[in-house]
Design a protein around this ligand. Structure first.
Ligand code: KG4
Ligand code: ZN
Length: 350
């Protein structure tokens, strides 16, 4: 079974071919970082236009790379949400066009499900497992019970963790994208010099909050008459350490809940763009070990947004006989666990 996957929900235009033996047969990805850099963030209109310009060519490149024509594929899977709606529409409509022209089935994939199932593509991981999804748009702890069965244990009540990294980088003048810039600066910073808050630390449950932390960085910076390079590095290090403490604390609570519900569960998976951060990986590996789990992190190219994970999620659904009609909607919001209660306070991100 071979599935063509398409991903356009944010600022990566991506296309991949994946088979049932967990092989990525071809992959083509175009990052729009340069186009968004002047604005220090993703501009939805620019993203949607860039997807339109590049997606056709990437699909062609992918088919050529694998040496396949459309007859050889079994389905087309595309991200149908959640994400920036203009981009989602471009990818989903392209997939529908291919499905209509070739007579192949369409699978409309939840982008978060792509992240959630990615360790099954990279590691062949068995269900159930606990997932910490940390990206520019999301910060969630989920129990992945089966294909299509996800239980959300916690989510952010304000900013996503990648968003907090990006905003902190902007405040500190470290450049874009923010996460790698903060990690680099933190590498030569002293984390103990600034005392930043740890929102939600010690509270029951597994919800997150990051906006107070970002505000504290702004205030600390404002308190310095003429911030030096070293001041910025020290603040970056303090910020990264505070994020690590919060993620570790929340993950420890989630591990306890997961172990109680699924005594046979063995793995904590770290996915999403922020999973590239080595300091966070280190801390979460410790927390997993202390809780009796092993930390699994898919390779970076499968952690950041990509189309292989979308093709794989489509394949998992297709194997179970699921497919979608050409009327499948594009959705800006699409929670993986519709039964999850809203997070503790206002400003909820699903
Ligand atoms: O998953 P992703 O590629 O896109 C989505 O948001 O879906 O994640 C991008 C996010 C950005 O906020 C970026 O700053 C963050 O991941 N990021 C990092 C690192 N590399 C990327 N955050 C912290 N440390 C990193 N090394
Ligand atoms: Zn993502």
């Amino acid at each position: 079974m071979i599935v063509l996957g398409i991903e356009t929900s944010c600022d990566e235009t991506a296309c991949a071919l994946v088979d049932a033996n967990r092989q990525v047969l071809a992959e083509a990805l175009l990052s729009q970082i340069d186009e968004h850099r002047p604005y220090l963030g993703v501009v939805p209109e620019i993203a949607a236009r860039a997807h339109i310009s590049h997606l056709d060519g990437l699909v062609r490149a992918c088919m050529r790379q694998a040496g396949l024509d459309f007859d050889a594929i079994d389905a087309v899977a595309a991200t149908a949400g959640p994400g920036l709606i203009g981009g989602v529409i471009v990818g989903l409509l392209t997939a529908k066009g291919i499905a209509l022209a070739t007579g192949k089935p369409l699978v409309a994939v939840n982008h978060l499900e792509g992240h959630a199932l990615s360790p099954r593509l990279s590691h062949g991981l068995p269900f159930p497992y606990l997932l910490l999804l940390v990206s520019g748009g999301h910060c969630q702890l989920l129990v992945v019970e089966d294909v299509g069965r996800y239980r959300r244990l916690g989510t952010t009540i304000d900013d996503a963790v990648g968003e907090a990294f990006d905003k902190t980088a902007k405040l500190l003048g470290l450049g874009y994208p923010g996460g790698p810039a903060v990690e680099r600066a933190a590498g030569t910073g002293r984390p103990g010099r600034f005392d930043l808050p740890r929102p939600m630390l010690g509270r029951p449950g597994a919800d997150f909050s990051f906006s107070g932390l970002k505000t504290a960085v702004r205030q600390a910076l404002a308190g310095l008459p003429a911030p030096s390079e070293q001041d910025r590095r020290d603040l970056a290090a303090a910020f990264q350490e505070a994020v690590a403490d919060v993620l570790a604390d929340r993950a420890a609570n989630a591990i306890a809940i997961f172990r109680a519900r699924h005594p046979g569960g063995r793995h904590l998976v770290l996915a999403g763009g922020v999973a590239a951060n080595m300091r966070l990986r280190e801390r979460l590996a410790e927390v997993a070990r202390a809780g009796g789990l092993e930390l699994i992190a898919p390779p970076p190219a499968l952690c950041t947004d990509n189309a292989a994970m979308i093709a794989w999620a489509g394949l998992e659904h297709l194997r179970l006989g699921r497919r979608d009609g050409l009327d499948a909607p594009a959705r800006a919001r699409w929670p993986l666990d519709p039964t999850a209660p809203p997070a503790a306070f206002a400003g909820v991100k699903a």
